[in-house]
Design a protein around this ligand. Structure first.
Ligand code: NAP
Ligand code: ZN
Length: 345
């Protein structure tokens, strides 16, 4: 079978490898779609630890074609989405129920072979059934959606809440939709590209702002702004210093800031602790997707999330290697790999 292999940092190739054999607990899944994520670029550049040689791809869905002897509850032909993050279940974090903080966390597509291939092995407890008729491209969105859902959950968004989302990539655009579904009545997206602001408003954002057109704190939280005094919840989805700083100033007194965006390890941001104290802000980190993959799959399966408009293009495995090794093209939101697709289609 074909697979896109990270052989070492900076070395990514599509090559023929043996189709894997399922162990007792594994499903052998024929990959129908796998999303390209910023993390794949970080892995290529060595900015995020992985264990090459490894097949990348952690946002996948596909069809069960074979299974190990201990698998129950799945049948050949089932369509599934995989939760790539495998917790050990035994470390102090796992036994305290914080599986996303597992000391021994291993991820499909990072530490073991992933979904940029014709086939992927998925341990049965990492698999979640999807409806047979679901668009496979949609199935592959369950993983990024699950990460956003964890952020929404810990933010504790209440009906009628006001929310600002910073950064209009795929994570920000999914978060806007989830904030609406969670009951927020004001959802404002800040992102630089006009096409993304327009898209966000189509997807349910009540307003959008251009952070390069004047002071965004004034535009949103100023006395003449969209929500004078600031919003209940700010969700940082850009992973840049500027938006992290803005988060603290956009939240109202007693409000919540959720950091979903990933900044490079060691990066520093200047903040004013007095402001956090004096306005009693709740500041939370949101890391991956503990216990939310089933709900994410249900949101996708029921068509509750607009996905088609987030997909910029579909590529073959060969083309995918070029996408991962180059910076994202302007305007592009999500590129999907369809392993069966002929190169150039
Ligand atoms: P992305 O495509 O890079 O989206 C981030 C967007 O933020 C950029 O495309 C950019 O859009 C916007 N941005 C950049 N600077 C900005 C600024 N100063 N003000 C406002 N917007 C700005 O990445 P993504 O896939 O959506 O992911 C977003 C972040 O979430 C990344 O850091 C990613 O690593 C992280 N992430 C975290 C988790 C988790 O578990 N916590 C899971 C998945 C991803 P414009 O050009 O339109 O400004
Ligand atoms: Zn653990």
């Amino acid at each position: 079978m074909k697979a896109m292999r990270l052989e070492a940092v900076g070395q990514l190739f599509v090559r023929e490898i043996d189709r894997p054999n399922p162990g007792p607990d594994d499903l052998l899944v024929r990959v129908e779609a796998c999303g390209i994520c910023g993390t794949d670029r970080h892995l290529f550049h060595g900015e995020f630890p992985s264990t090459p040689p490894v097949t990348l791809g952690h946002e996948f869905s596909g069809i069960v074609e074979a299974m190990g002897t201990a698998v129950t509850g799945y049948a050949i032909g089932d369509r599934i989405t995989g939760d790539p993050n495998i917790a050990c279940g035994r470390c102090p974090q796992c036994t305290a129920g914080r599986v996303n903080l597992c000391r021994n966390l291993k991820a499909i597509g990072i530490h073991r072979d992933g979904g940029f291939a014709d086939y992927v092995l998925v341990p049965q407890r990492q698999a979640f059934l999807l409806p047979p008729g679901l668009d496979p491209l949609h199935g592959a969105f369950c993983e990024p959606l699950a990460c956003c859902l964890h952020g929404i959950d810990i933010a504790g968004i209440k009906a009628g809440a006001s929310v600002v989302v910073l950064g209009g990539g795929v994570i920000g655009l999914l978060t806007v939709q989830l904030a609406k579904l969670a009951g927020a009545t004001t959802v404002i997206l800040s992102t630089r590209q006009a096409s993304r602001r327009a898209l966000a408003e189509d997807l349910g954002a009540t307003a959008s702002v251009d952070p390069t057109a004047g002071d965004i704190i004034d535009q949103i939280a100023g006395s003449q702004g969209l929500v004078p005094g600031g919003v209940d919840v700010v969700i940082e989805c850009a992973g840049v210093a500027q938006t992290v700083q803005q988060s603290f100033r956009l939240a109202k007194a007693g409000g919540t800031v959720v950091i979903l965006g990933v900044m490079p390890q060691g990066a520093k941001v200047e903040i004013e602790p007095f402001d956090i104290l004096f306005r009693e802000l709740r500041v939370l980190g949101s890391f991956i997707n503990p216990f939310v993959h089933r709900r994410a799959a249900d949101l996708v399966a029921t068509g509750s999330i607009e996905i088609d408009r987030l997909i910029s293009r579909k590529v073959s495995l060969e083309e995918a290697a070029l996408v991962v090794t180059h910076p994202p093209a302007p305007g592009e939101v999500k590129v999907m790999v369809v392993p069966g697709l002929g190169a150039g289609s």
